[in-house]
Each structure stands twice: as structure tokens, then as C-alpha cells.
Ligand binder design. Structure first.
Ligand code: MN
Length: 312
């Protein structure tokens, strides 16, 4: 049996692309199963409830030497902890490439807005007799993944192809008002209740290292209610300091992105991190919260600037 896994701290794109790819390969006669590397966030839970689909099970441990397919990630630090004992046979992704393998493998990486777009292409471009068929439920899940990752086509990671694919998917999914659906998703994601501060930081958290640096941690909250993050500013900063120390990081940040207003706010663990960010982005400082207008993508607008700074 082959395993399909998305990245840690899973989001809607990683879960839906993995699950629908399981269907695609199963229809092709392969024995595969998709798993989640962590608990689903509230947006993803909302999507699965809405379409009445069972979400993939959570996996903590994959047996040594198992064959795995990585969905929506390719960096070891974003994957399962024992990735080095596993046999990666395929990667489908839309992030920067940072992997080394010991043998040739299947890789499908494209600069599209979501991994769900890539999976959708596999169905939509097939068109041969016996090609896998995309069900209404799966078209809905793929559409949700695209909407989530592109923030309903607002993110600069969005391409015309993502929009075209979404339109074709909705011919099958038949979601009446896509914009309303996207709002429901974003509101579900923003509804965090009294979640513990460390869980909040790690909800959509990724570490990146650059040439010659230790890891940097970047937590991300995409929200329609940014005040929720602002109100917890002090405890978030205190926890960032702790995480920086505990995880031996070079820097620790927590970004708050107002999806609808397309505003970017960032909290920094300490003065050193704040100075670096200020040097790189020249943000406004609003009471210790750094602010940039019209910036909404960690992947396309934040990480590459850090990478250029350290590697060029
Ligand atoms: Mn993605």
C-alpha cells in the first residue's frame, strides 16, 4: 500500500489534494491511502461537513520503507518526522523546490495557485476511455482547495489557469454562489474560539532555512477578524520568544493577513527579528505590529525576500 500525505499543520489544499489524488489513483487500480499529518483546521472541517465527505485519518507514524507520495510540499522539514526512513516515489506540489532523492521519481511541480489545481488538471486533461472520473464531491473539494490557497483568487500566486480550472470544476460541483461559499470558508477559518496561543501560532506554521542560517519559523493566520490576533498580541509575542528558544530558531514570526482587505501584519519574537524584517520590507510600525498594505502571500512575497537576502 502506498501512502499519500500532505504537509504538517494541514490546510484545506493539502488535505483535499491528497484525498482526491487517492481517488484518482484508486480509479487507476493502485492501492493507495491518503492521510493527514495533523488535525484539520476549522476551514477544512467546514468544507468536509458541507459536502458530507469523510476527511482523511490522522497519521503519526508511517512504517519504515513504505512508499509515499508527497502532496503540496517537498521540503523534509514540512513532512512526516521519519521521512528519511520512507521511500518517496512521487511529489505533486506548487512550492519552491528543495528536495534531494537517491533515485529518479515522478515529480509534478507547477507554479499554480494550489495543489488542487494540479490534481484537477489530471482529471480534466485525461479524456481517454477508462480515464478516472471526477465526482461532484471531489470537484467540490478541489474547488475548496483552490479557493483556500488563492484566498478566492486574491493571492498573487493565482494564475489565469487556476481561474479556468475553478470554472470547469464548478460545472461539476455546481456551487451556486462561489463568492459566498468562499466567505463561509474564511469565516470558519477565522472562528478560533479560545484556542491556546501555541496552537494558534502553529495552526499554519512552517519553518524555512536559508543558506547558512538556522531555521526561521513563520506562523500564519489568514483571517476575516484580524482584531482576534491583535487582542492576543502580547501573549503571541511571549510565546514566539519561547518557541524561538525551544526550537533553536534564528527568527520567529507570526503573520496576520486580513483576507478581505488584503492587509499584512506581522509580530516578531524580539528586536533582532523585528529589525531584520524592517530592513527587508520597510513596513510601518503600528504599536509594535509591523504593517504592509497589499501583501498577502507568505510563499510568494515573504519567503523569497528572506531567501534572496541570505543567498544572494
Ligand atoms: Mn498548497
Amino acid at each position: 500500500m502506498k501512502y499519500i500525505i500532505g504537509h504538517q499543520n494541514p490546510d484545506t489544499d493539502t488535505i483535499c489534494s491528497a484525498l482526491v489524488y487517492e481517488d484518482y489513483l484508486t480509479q487507476k487500480g493502485e492501492e493507495v491511502k491518503a492521510y493527514a499529518l495533523g488535525h484539520l483546521n476549522n476551514e477544512t472541517k467546514f468544507v468536509f461537513e458541507k459536502f458530507g465527505v469523510k476527511a482523511p485519518d490522522h497519521v503519526h507514524e508511517i512504517p519504515k520503507n513504505s512508499e509515499i507520495i508527497l502532496l503540496d510540499h517537498n521540503e523534509e522539514t514540512h513532512s512526516i518526522h521519519n521521512i528519511n526512513e520512507l521511500d518517496i516515489i512521487e511529489i505533486i506540489d506548487h512550492h519552491r523546490v528543495k528536495i534531494e532523492t537517491d533515485k529518479p521519481i515522478k515529480i509534478h511541480i507547477e507554479p499554480l495557485g494550489s495543489s488542487c489545481s494540479i490534481i484537477a488538471k489530471k482529471y480534466l486533461e485525461a479524456g481517454l476511455p477508462n480515464s478516472p472520473i471526477l465526482s461532484k464531491e471531489n470537484a467540490s473539494l478541489l474547488l475548496a482547495g483552490i479557493i483556500s490557497d488563492t484566498l478566492y483568487f486574491r493571492s498573487p500566486t493565482t494564475t489565469q489557469e487556476d481561474k479556468d480550472i475553478a470554472e470547469k470544476l464548478n460545472e461539476i460541483a455546481q456551487i451556486e454562489n462561489l463568492e459566498k461559499f468562499s466567505l463561509e470558508m474564511f469565516n470558519a477559518k477565522s472562528d478560533l474560539g479560545d484556542i491556546e496561543v501555541e496552537e494558534l501560532i502553529r495552526l499554519d506554521y512552517k519553518v524555512y532555512d536559508f543558506k547558512g542560517t538556522k531555521d526561521f519559523g513563520f506562523g500564519l493566520m489568514e483571517t476575516t477578524t484580524k482584531d482576534y490576533g491583535f487582542n492576543r498580541k502580547d501573549e503571541i509575542i511571549t510565546k514566539l520568544k519561547e518557541i524561538k528558544e525551544k526550537d533553536n530558531l534564528q527568527g520567529a514570526y507570526f503573520m496576520i493577513i486580513d483576507i478581505l482587505k488584503e492587509e499584512f501584519y506581522i509580530l516578531c519574537a524580539d528586536k533582532e527579528d523585528s529589525e531584520l524584517f524592517t530592513e527587508l520590507f520597510n513596513p510601518q510600525n503600528q504599536n509594535g505590529i509591523l504593517f504592509i498594505n497589499n501583501l498577502i502571500s507568505r510563499k510568494k512575497q515573504i519567503i523569497p525576500v528572506f531567501q534572496n537576502h541570505f543567498e544572494k
